[in-house]
Design a protein around this ligand. Structure first.
Ligand SMILES: *Cc1c(COP(=O)(O)O)cnc(C)c1O
Length: 472
């Protein structure tokens, strides 16, 4: 299995093996890594996979995409990653039935209580393995407004040859989120609280990454949502959810996915391409509905940061969807020149429109339905699910449930992805049900733990100096 860039030549002689793209951010031509083809599974494969537990299933799926790590090593990495100790359940991603034909795929039982742990925990172990093998080290630089940064830190803490420099807006995260990150005492984790807003932190990351000499000298890397390995790790739980919701492989299911950067739902799309019997893939946005608009009209219109709403499902507050380029690459038949042309158009005018083109028919045929949800919908959904089933969901999961139910079809099991635990979103939950959500054991008092972070001005030179002084 080799990887090419979405903006490159599909038959490229420059195609790279998995471990080469693992540590790379964007491809050199500005595109994203994609496999030269997607493996197809037949009836026999599905029947075999159905019987497997999470770790065995993960090993089987990952092996299809990773052929430059010896099988025994990959198995050991998977076994180390997906443990009951880390995910609080032997099933890793259990399926919780709400009523016949409606269930939640619980993806948020990892250390930071959001689905990003499922992929990020694997990434931490893959990074450590590949860096060890190459005798290299890496300094991961990122900016976070909450979920991604903490998932990355919990995945990389204590890892050999990896340091993390995570910029966050000083005083702007929820006390729970701040406590999760700043209470980490591992020597390889550096939290930098920037005096400013998230965009200031993000701008600093861009400025540092654009200094190619600095980037090379300090081996600066990232773990953002365009990382291919994160997507493959997420493909696994679509299989797991399907097998848990059905009794044989002739049945179809529909998944509903709260969507931001199109990472999670693209993993579902890959599962479908691989042959998982899926009727619909439902894309749910919040008020930031760039993607709902595309799937309804064919027009992809990115927003300016001033046009992005701050919502109560903040991990879906996006202006553009980075992984969307991988989907479009597939829709245009892996034509890298076409992808280049479309993204040049986005750079020039902020949009492209596939309506009336042959590609639009392919989008329609790809089985993605879309819708959006508002703050009032989230609150009503949290209240309704609690009243009917005695279970409290978070705001992002509520977006997915709301849109999923609107597209529900009789006789087709609907699986809604639970992307975070309610415990992370006290305010919205209190608004919905009049009390704050319960926290899992071990998270009761995290705000009281000693915290450790470097508070700095939004000053690129000063932050570069800090990185240079603490890099591995
Ligand atoms: C990141 C995140 C999302 C969005 O996922 P994408 O892969 O960016 O589409 C949804 N819900 C939660 C809780 C998240 O942290």
């Amino acid at each position: 299995m080799k990887y090419i860039s979405t903006r490159g030549d599909a038959a490229s002689k420059d195609a790279k093996p998995f471990c080469d793209i693992l540590l790379e951010g964007l491809a050199p031509d500005g595109g994203l890594a994609v496999p030269q083809s997607y493996p197809k599974l037949g009836a026999k494969d599905l029947a075999r996979l159905r019987k497997l537990g999470y770790r065995d299933l993960a090993f089987e799926i990952l092996s299809l995409y990773i052929d430059d790590i010896p099988a025994a090593d990959l198995r050991a990495i998977v076994d180390r990653t997906y443990t009951k100790a880390a995910f609080r359940s032997e099933d890793i991603t259990p399926l919780k039935a709400l009523e016949p034909g409606l269930s939640l795929l619980q993806l948020s039982n990892g250390p930071t209580l959001a689905f990003k742990d499922v992929a990020m925990q694997l990434l931490g172990n893959l990074f450590e393995y590949v860096l060890d093998r190459r005798g290299e080290s890496l300094n991961i630089l990122g900016a976070t407004s909450g979920d991604t940064g903490s998932a990355a830190e919990y995945a990389m803490r204590g890892k050999r040859n990896v340091r993390v420099f995570m910029l966050s807006p000083h005083g702007k995260m929820s006390p729970f989120q701040a406590a999760q990150m700043y209470s980490l005492q591992d020597a390889n984790i550096h939290n930098i609280a920037v005096r400013g807003v998230f965009d200031d932190a993000q701008d600093i990351v861009k400025a540092v990454s654009n200094d190619l000499a600095f980037k090379a000298k300090y081996r600066i890397g990232s773990v953002n949502s365009i990382n291919w390995a994160r997507l493959v790790a997420q493909v696994v739980y679509y299989f797991k959810g399907y097998f848990a919701a059905t009794t044989d492989d002739s049945q179809e299911v529909t998944f509903s996915v709260p969507t931001g950067n199109f990472g999670n739902i693209f993993a579902g799309y890959i599962a479908k391409k691989m042959g998982l019997p899926m009727r619909q893939l439902i894309l749910a946005t919040n008020e930031n509905n760039v993607l709902e608009e595309f799937f309804a009209s064919g027009a992809y219109r990115v927003r300016k940061s001033s046009e992005v709403f701050e919502t109560s499902s903040p991990s879906m507050d996006i202006s553009k969807a980075s992984n969307f380029e991988r989907y479009i690459h597939d829709i245009v038949g892996a034509d890298g020149a076409k992808v280049r042309e479309l993204w040049a158009q986005v750079d020039r005018s902020g949009h492209f429109d596939l309506a009336g083109t042959p590609w639009w028919e392919r989008v329609r045929a790809s089985g993605v339905a879309s819708g959006h949800s508002t703050h009032a919908d989230r609150v009503a959904t949290i209240r309704d699910i609690h009243a009917r089933f005695g279970y409290v969901v978070d705001t992002h999961t509520a977006d997915g449930i709301k849109v999923g139910l609107a597209h529900r079809e009789a006789g087709v099991p609907l699986i809604c992805l639970e992307t975070a635990l309610a415990a992370k979103f006290d305010a919205a939950v209190r608004e919905a049900i009049g009390r704050v959500p319960e926290r899992p054991a071990g998270y009761d008092n995290i705000e009281a733990l000693p915290q450790r972070c470097e508070v700095m001005d939004a000053d690129v030179a000063a932050i570069k100096a800090f990185i240079a002084g603490h890099a591995s």
